[in-house]
Design a protein around this ligand. Structure first.
Ligand SMILES: [Zn+2]
Ligand SMILES: [Zn+2]
Length: 65
């Protein structure tokens, strides 16, 4: 089990938790989707606006069609 100071906890090495906005993502690939801007001005966007949706555990992933 891995835990963050925000109170989020998860297991699984593929899970990516954002230290900036404290959302949890299913994989690095979905994590990358919610990061935008140039390299020196990276910021987070609402994952929903980039096509992601949280599952029942609050983990954002690409919704299955
Ligand atoms: Zn973030
Ligand atoms: Zn956190």
């Amino acid at each position: 089990m891995i835990a963050c100071r925000c109170g989020a906890a998860w297991s699984g090495a593929s899970i990516a938790h954002c230290a900036c906005c404290h959302r949890t993502f299913s994989a690095v690939s979905t994590f990358d989707k919610h990061r935008t801007g140039t390299v020196d001005r990276r910021r987070c966007v609402d994952p929903v606006t980039v096509g992601l949706a949280p599952n029942r555990h609050g983990v954002y992933r690409t919704p299955s069609a």
